[in-house]
Design a binder for this molecule. Structure first.
Ligand code: PBG
Length: 328
């Protein structure tokens, strides 16, 4: 396309007023796109703050209900639940216990707030004594033996009433294993949102403090992706779609907008961006110093994710964003 050029072309013509700018805005942020992650642990009236993530708490189920009710009232349609069990072991038994912490909380939320979409994170790291996302033997993270545990976990979440399951472990073949387990139990209509392109990222640091899921040895580089790779991310997404993922996720978000864009362009699937703990903490820390405007930077970052191709935004700021969008 050849532009007429200045002085016929004057891009500033369409920037003269708020109404005109809104009229030509190519991308919108809406509360209906937001998913709020929540961390649940056993107890009553528990709201345990997390130093690295101001505004984020480990909460008991009753407090989770309160938090979810408030977010839902603001228009946030969905929460993403992470569990912190009282006991960890080498089989992650807390992950798939019928009365596990996530299963209990899902039941409570679906009973009290049936309209709220309850998505569950499916992983083993919070439940394994060693903190890895799969079964460990001889210092190695074993792929295939982990699949059965993940499938069992996802099925137990569906049995508790979860509206959607979100595997974040990055084992090969887990989407297929989970789809099969759900279908076998009659949960053919339960969607899977897979953490399809999940990178081994230093941006997860603060999360591991909240979720108490820091690996006790080594790191996650043998299962999560290398930050250097983009073509491989597309293959990961293609495989998850082949295996039955209904929604694909890119994680982290802000440092991986190229991946988001390519995933959306290549597959046209419902695509989620996870603005992870480190992204949240950086904004909070700088804002606390008075160096940046928390609201403006958060909204701009989320808008960038939308522009890159995200349909769904998973963010610890979801309730704040809902408030800010109302005020605007
Ligand atoms: C568990 C999991 C992690 C996150 C989501 N699910 C941590 C990890 O992989 O170590 C990170 C979320 C965040 O940083 O906000 N596998």
């Amino acid at each position: 396309m050849t532009l007429p050029g200045y002085p016929v072309s004057r891009p500033r013509r369409l920037r003269q007023s708020p109404a005109l700018r809104r009229l030509v805005a190519e991308t919108q942020l809406s509360v209906s796109q937001m998913v709020l992650p929540l961390f649940v642990r056993q107890g009553k009236k528990l709201r345990h703050p997390v130093a690295a993530m101001p505004g984020v708490f480990q909460m008991s189920p009753d407090e989770i209900l309160r938090e979810a009710t408030a977010a839902y009232a603001l228009g946030v349609p969905a929460v993403l639940l992470f569990g912190i069990p009282d006991k960890k072991d080498a089989q992650a038994s807390g992950a798939y216990a019928a009365k596990g912490i996530v299963q209990q909380t899902v039941r409570l939320l679906k009973k009290e707030l049936p309209e709220l979409l309850v998505i569950t994170d499916v992983c083993l790291c919070e439940y394994m004594a060693h903190g890895h996302c799969g079964v460990v033997q001889g210092g190695k993270i074993l792929n295939d033996p982990s699949l059965a545990l993940l499938a069992r976990t996802a099925a137990s979440h569906a049995e508790a009433g979860a509206d959607m399951v979100a595997p974040s472990d990055m084992m090969d073949g887990r989407v297929r294993a989970i789809r099969a387990a759900l279908d076998e139990k009659g949960f053919t209509e339960t969607p899977i949102m897979s953490y399809a392109a999940k990178f081994a990222s230093a941006f997860y640091g603060p999360f591991r403090e909240v979720a108490e899921s820091t690996p006790q040895f080594g790191d996650r580089h043998s299962y999560q992706m290398d930050a250097a790779n983009a073509n491989e991310a597309l293959r990961e997404v293609a495989l998850d779609i082949q295996e039955g993922a209904d929604i694909v996720m890119v994680k982290p978000a802000l440092a991986y907008l190229d991946i988001l864009h390519r995933v959306k362009t290549e597959f046209g699937y419902p695509t989620a961006a996870y603005a992870v703990s480190g992204e949240y903490s950086m904004i909070k820390a700088a804002a606390a110093q008075g160096w940046i405007d928390e609201r403006a930077v958060t909204l701009e970052s989320l808008l960038a994710m939308r522009r890159a191709g995200a349909d769904i935004l998973i963010t610890y700021s979801a309730a704040d964003v809902a408030r800010w969008l109302k005020e605007k």
